[in-house]
Design a protein around this ligand. Structure first.
Ligand SMILES: [Zn+2]
Length: 296
């Protein structure tokens, strides 16, 4: 096996300044973290910390449509490459986004949506590379968990007869503080083993079939007011949440009982063990009910 050696000195990079300890012009940038910069001498190892100005980046969410076109622009093997490359808008947007990101002025977090929408594409690796190059590995919390928190707050506000108050602090829903200075490198992981392309395709097909059926057999035939449909959806959603919660709890118990002692549970079974979205919503509402009881 070929040997690979890593010299910590390789992690010190220009611009070089004169080292205050040894006088050599080898005092470079070592670590950038938060609002701190550490310079280190490649020769005598002298180190010194410096404060960097506080940043306030704009957070821009890029839809998959944008990610997909930026990826096509860079990859001539893709079907839409010629069309995207012929439109100067995409080159301009690409250069502007990367320039602003390198100037530490914007943060374009990636999300579960980017991940799921890319996974079924034959260009998943290229798409992943594109959205991660723009996010620098800063990721949104799962949309479902943001949604259940907001439903919890709505329930609590309703119980307390007040207006709901949402916390729009980006730090609470991103994997790390977007206003920190970017390092010169970022670390990302390979494909999430819990996201399966086959399963995604199956869910999409089912969703499409159900939506098409609704359009054809229900909305196309029955004419009712907005309020009628709203009320129907609301009650249907309630019933679905409760039923799904009961079903998921039962499935969890069955999955746990099916494991033999000392045997590692299979990865595919893990989504049965982890709480589902309906369970999260119900838990979030129950929590707001119990905190109201405590406050009474
Ligand atoms: Zn030195």
């Amino acid at each position: 096996m070929p040997e690979k050696r890593c010299d910590p000195r390789d992690l010190i990079s220009p611009p070089w300044r004169t080292c205050p300890a040894c006088g050599k012009d080898k005092f470079g940038v070592s670590i950038i973290s938060g609002s701190r910069l550490m310079r280190r001498c490649r020769d005598c190892w002298h180190q010194q910390d410096y404060r960097l100005p506080e940043l306030r980046k704009k957070i821009i969410y890029l839809d998959q449509f944008v990610i997909s076109n930026l990826m096509k622009l860079e990859n001539p093997a893709t079907k839409g490459h010629a069309t995207v490359a012929a439109d100067p808008f995409w080159r301009e947007l690409h250069d502007l986004l990367f320039q602003l990101r390198h100037l530490q002025m914007i943060c374009c977090p990636d999300s579960g949506s980017h991940e799921e929408e890319s996974r079924t594409s034959p260009f998943n690796a290229e798409l992943k590379k594109t959205y991660e190059a723009l996010s620098g590995g800063i990721t949104f919390e799962a949309f479902d968990s943001i949604k259940s928190k907001q439903i919890g707050e709505l329930a609590l506000a309703w119980a307390e007869h007040r207006e709901p108050a949402f916390d729009f602090d980006p730090r609470s829903i991103l994997s790390s503080d977007p206003n920190e200075w970017n390092e010169r490198f970022y670390i990302v992981f390979g494909d999430n083993p819990f996201v399966s392309a086959a399963r995604l395709r199956q869910v999409r097909t089912e969703l499409h079939t159900n939506m098409a059926r609704l359009f054809r057999d229900v909305w196309g035939k029955e004419k009712h007011s907005f309020e009628y449909w709203y009320e129907l959806e609301r009650r249907g959603f309630q019933r679905h949440l409760l039923k799904a919660t009961v079903r998921h709890k039962q499935e969890r118990a069955e999955a746990v009982l099916s494991y033999k002692p000392g045997e590692e549970p299979p990865l595919e079974g893990l989504d049965k063990i982890l709480p589902s979205f309906p369970e999260g919503v119900i838990a979030s509402i129950e929590q707001s009910r119990s905190s109201r009881r405590m406050g009474e």
